[in-house]
Design a protein around this ligand. Structure first.
Ligand SMILES: [Zn+2]
Length: 190
């Protein structure tokens, strides 16, 4: 019943503002294996993208890595998420460059559960699910030429089947659904 406690980050808050009231906190708070949410904001030359996903979609597990294989999976995921250029491929004419990226998987690795049977204390009814949050900033030299972005998440994260995207550009908000068969999102800069 305390789902709103989860809205503790600017990433979620940004996306909440963007979503229409009908689809607001409910869909964002939902931790759905196979689905992720993304918010893209285009403001002149500045473009930001926020990704929220069940960690399962990215790594296949939702806890600190326990085996060598899991450590490798996590390391690979972290590298991909940090890079960002493989995950967001804008049409080249817009000349978009990644200027910053951030994700919360590093904290997952450092969190070794010493008391394995003891539930975590950051929520009254905390269960074992965990979420990935990642955000990216791009600068586009020619935003007027911006027309599309290919989202490469499906290439690398096979558990991911759907990304619900909300885009805000030039005061216009739009929503779209990306899948492994539809990885390219239409954009129009301002
Ligand atoms: Zn989960």
């Amino acid at each position: 019943m305390k789902s709103f406690n989860l809205i503790g980050t600017c990433i979620l808050s940004t996306a909440s503002i963007l979503l229409p009231a009908s689809a607001s906190a409910q869909s964002l708070d939902a931790h759905v294996h196979g689905e992720a949410n993304m918010a893209i904001v285009i403001d002149g030359k500045h473009l930001s993208a926020s990704l929220m996903s069940a960690m399962y979609n990215i790594t296949g597990f939702e806890h600190a890595p326990e085996t060598e294989e899991q450590r490798e999976v996590l390391q690979t995921a972290k590298s991909l998420l940090e890079d960002g250029t493989q995950l967001f491929q804008f049409n080249s004419a817009a000349e978009c460059v990644l200027t910053s990226s951030h994700h919360n998987l590093s904290s997952t690795e450092g969190r070794h559960d010493t008391d394995e049977d003891k539930p975590e204390t950051d929520g009254e009814h905390h269960h074992s699910h965990r979420d990935l949050e990642a955000d990216y900033e791009f600068t586009c030299k020619k935003p007027s030429k911006l027309s599309s972005v290919r989202v490469g998440l499906f290439d690398h994260f096979k558990n991911l089947q759907k990304v619900n995207v909300v885009t805000l550009a030039g005061g216009q908000q739009s929503a779209a659904e990306l899948t492994p068969k539809r990885e390219t999102l239409s954009l129009s800069g301002s």
